[in-house]
Design a protein around this ligand. Structure first.
Ligand SMILES: [Zn+2]
Length: 400
């Protein structure tokens, strides 16, 4: 088992290294631009990402003594997390290199078949976390409240909107909506697990350790655990892994504060697309803070299967919907810095195999599916780039 005392020490060193790194050179320049909400040219973003990755890779190589570094894509995970793709949601710091973690992101933390929770080992912990100021929840709210014409909604975005129960979406107060959404998505996860367990030999009681949670950004960023029976109330969950997650959010909030920005402000300079079964969280591999990059997870195997069945892909894929939501949405992407006016349109697909990344790029562009996907928002694909991840060295190389 992992050594939590060593893990804490390593996290401490990582945290201080990051603080120093971010104070000079291209990092400082990029961070200043983010804090001022100024557009960042792709070239500067690339330099900043490259340097951040070198720092993280050397940390993992030289400074994690006594800790075992796990490869991504483990099928038996100790911690399974479903969280929103939003750029501000908390990250795991170095946890996902040390623990066997399953991580899935969808807009609004929407749980469909509970895929990530099916990987949990007996006694493992599951967390569904929504967050304050959620754009997906807001979009669902507006849709039901103002009855936008269904024909005006992109089919991929429609999948997001309908993934949040109407009774939750119509709640006016954002914080309360998020609490109820987290609870509703956790219930979906539990139902998916009940079905899963009835089909195999696992005892349901061993896999129902799934907790609703929410990240609050103001006034202090923190992760709150929600009482599933009374969603307006918090619950004390005594678990060392959950305690580490809570500490991460507090640490990251402190760092953001030092740089003159709050966790509330959302200004991304890149949309990172990756398959968590194949690659560690690229935001972490680049050493970014939570509100610097918008991160979308794709299950590439499932996406390719869908692409072969064109009809199904046209009907919608949540991960494509998330990228569209960020950078295009009919010329007005929701993520400032990337999609809004003056945004750089920068989408970076990270994978160990450039061929897989190229295939994902094709799907994003709607090639061969009759759609035009992200062509307009990315200058015909020019601002979609590919980076190769080496799981042995943790180094990332830009391919194009
Ligand atoms: Zn969100």
């Amino acid at each position: 088992m992992h050594n939590l005392a060593r893990l804490k020490q390593a996290k401490e060193r990582f945290f201080h290294g990051r603080r120093t790194f971010r104070k000079e050179g291209p990092a400082a320049e990029a961070i200043q631009a983010i804090a001022n909400q100024n557009p960042i040219p792709r070239e500067l973003v690339r330099t900043y990402l490259r340097q951040g990755n070198l720092r993280v890779a050397s940390f993992l190589r030289d400074d994690t003594e006594g800790l075992r570094i796990v490869r991504p894509g483990s099928t038996d995970v100790e911690l399974a997390i479903k969280m929103c793709v939003d750029s501000r949601a908390m990250v795991l710091t170095i946890l996902d290199h040390i623990l066997r973690i399953g991580l899935e992101r969808t807009a609004g933390a929407i749980v469909r078949d509970g895929h990530v929770f099916r990987k949990l080992v007996a006694g493992g912990v599951g967390v569904v976390t929504t967050h304050e100021f959620c754009g997906a929840e807001g979009a669902a709210h507006d849709f039901h409240k103002y009855r936008k014409n269904i024909r005006d909604v992109d089919p991929d975005l429609f999948r997001i909107i309908t993934g949040i129960p109407k009774a939750v979406a119509v709640l006016d107060e954002g914080k309360i909506r998020s609490r109820f959404n987290s609870t509703a998505q956790t219930n979906s996860a539990l139902a998916a697990m009940a079905q899963h367990c009835s089909e195999c030999d696992i005892s349901l009681s061993e896999t129902t350790n799934i907790h609703p949670a929410m990240t609050v950004f103001e006034p202090e960023a923190k992760l709150v655990m929600i009482n599933p029976a009374k969603p307006l109330e918090d619950l004390d969950v005594e678990n060392p892994i959950i305690n580490e997650l809570k500490r991460n959010v507090a640490d990251l909030h402190l760092l953001a504060k030092e740089e003159g920005r709050s966790m509330q402000s959302q200004y991304a300079h890149v949309v990172l697309v990756y398959d968590p079964d194949r690659t560690h969280d690229p935001r972490l591999l680049f050493g970014l803070l939570p509100n610097e990059a918008f991160v979308v997870t794709v299950n590439s195997g499932q996406l390719f299967k869908k692409a072969q069945n064109k009809e199904e892909l046209i009907r919608g894929s949540a991960s494509i919907g998330c990228v569209k939501y960020a950078v295009s949405d009919g010329g007005n992407g929701h993520v400032k810095g990337v999609g809004k006016e003056g945004g750089n349109g920068f989408v970076l697909i990270v994978d160990p195999d450039p061929k897989v990344a190229t295939k994902i790029k094709d799907i994003l562009l709607g090639n061969g599916n009759g759609g035009n996907g992200l062509k307009a928002a990315t200058k015909g694909g020019e601002t979609i780039e590919i980076a190769q991840y080496n799981p042995e060295t943790h180094l990332i190389t830009f391919v194009n």
